[in-house]
Write a protein that binds this ligand. Structure first.
Ligand code: AMP
Ligand code: MG
Length: 269
């Protein structure tokens, strides 16, 4: 199997059909990465501690994907080992009247992580060029300007110490069918079964096209997209965890310097 890039080349139109959702990086099955998955969660915990202590950068993880792509499952896996005080997760739903009365980035900006924090967006401002475009919730003249707005917004964030990591969880149409059927049939998953998702599935092609444009037009050096093959949950978890670790390692994070003379200080009885 040819190696599939996680980050598409910048400046070229992205074609989703070039990316195999079932790709697993040459691994045969989950058993081959199980040990690594565990070690990586420990490493992420260490790095998160230093990120928090240093307070120099915020890390924003943006998750997008079709219904059932695995956004919730990914969050549960990747962040189960880190200090909950250092992570803020926001799930963006259809905007409230108060949110609709502002620009589309208003609710987003408020949830950007402070320095030292990891912020996770389960859906994001990208919905405003995805569901909004597919269902014509605003006219084209409005949504088509948003790609530029998003690029400028993300540039502002990256220039102010926020690391922006964007993951598109890429599943196949058939995989979605299987996951919807599993939700329908498993009593522990039925609460997640949203009959509306069946209707949304009929717009599969329109969504893929909207995703292709969003990924292509908002794919920048400082805030690039990662196309995560997500049919195999273990590979999805593996590759996203690795990417977050590598990103934090590149920052060369350090604990802040301790107070001078700390080791001579006597703790009173
Ligand atoms: P879920 O992630 O399954 O809880 O579903 C959240 C729903 O909110 C999805 O159907 C999204 O498409 C929808 N949603 C999120 N953001 C927006 C937005 N900006 N405009 C309209 N719908 C949205
Ligand atoms: Mg849903």
């Amino acid at each position: 199997m040819a190696k599939q890039p996680l980050i598409p080349p910048i400046g070229k139109k992205i074609k989703l059909s070039d990316y195999d959702p079932g790709y697993a990086g040459g691994f045969k099955d989950k058993t081959e990465v199980e040990e690594t998955l565990k070690k990586d969660l420990q490493r992420l915990d260490e790095l998160q501690d230093i990120l928090y202590a240093g307070g120099q950068y915020g890390l924003l993880v943006i998750l997008q994907g079709m219904d059932t792509a695995g956004k919730d499952g990914l969050i549960r896996h990747v962040f189960k080992g880190v200090d909950p005080q250092g992570v803020e997760i926001t799930s963006f739903k259809a905007p409230t009247p108060a949110e609709l009365a502002r620009d589309f980035l208003w609710r987003i900006h408020q949830r950007v992580p402070a320095k030292g924090m990891i912020g996770v967006f389960n859906r994001s401002h990208y919905e405003d060029v995805l569901v909004v475009r597919v269902h014509e919730l605003v006219p084209k003249s409005v949504w088509k300007e948003r790609y530029d707005h998003i690029n400028r917004f993300e540039e502002t964030l990256t220039e102010h110490g926020t690391i922006v990591l964007k993951f598109f969880l890429h599943i196949s149409k058939n995989e979605q069918k299987e996951r919807l059927e599993a939700r329908r049939d498993d009593p522990a998953k039925q609460w997640k079964f949203n009959p509306g998702d069946l209707k949304e599935r009929e717009y599969w092609d329109a969504y893929q096209e909207a995703y292709q444009d969003a990924l292509s037009r908002c794919h920048t050096e400082k805030a690039p997209w990662h196309i995560v093959p997500a049919n195999k949950k273990w590979y999805r978890n593996y590759i996203v965890t690795k990417t977050i670790i590598e990103t934090l390692e590149r920052l060369d994070l350090k604990y802040p310097a301790p107070p001078e003379g700390i080791t001579q200080m006597v703790v009173p009885d």
